[in-house]
Ligand binder design. Structure first.
Ligand SMILES: [Ca+2]
Ligand SMILES: [Ca+2]
Length: 81
């Protein structure tokens, strides 16, 4: 949990609360945040690797690198479901 406080604007506070709730519902391996882990997430994860880009949702094992290990873990998550 990350604590954030940007000001006294009530709408802004509601936005931050929404954002935190969204993050709490997030499932590891759900690269596109649609609450389902499927082959689409694998495709997106592979695209992250091909683009050499980093996204925290794509870093399945949370080692600060997006690579083939994350793909393998994601495939295992899908096979086990
Ligand atoms: Ca997904
Ligand atoms: Ca990783």
């Amino acid at each position: 949990m990350v604590y954030r406080y940007y000001g006294s604007d009530i709408d802004e506070i509601y936005n931050i609360i929404d954002q935190i709730l969204e993050e709490e519902e997030w499932i590891i391996g759900d690269i596109d945040f649609n609450h389902i882990i499927n082959v689409q997430d694998i495709v997106l994860l592979v695209n992250f690797i091909l683009d050499s880009s980093y996204g925290f949702s794509a870093d399945v094992n949370n080692d600060q690198i997006v690579n083939i290990q994350d793909v393998i873990i994601l495939i295992n998550i899908i096979l086990n479901n």
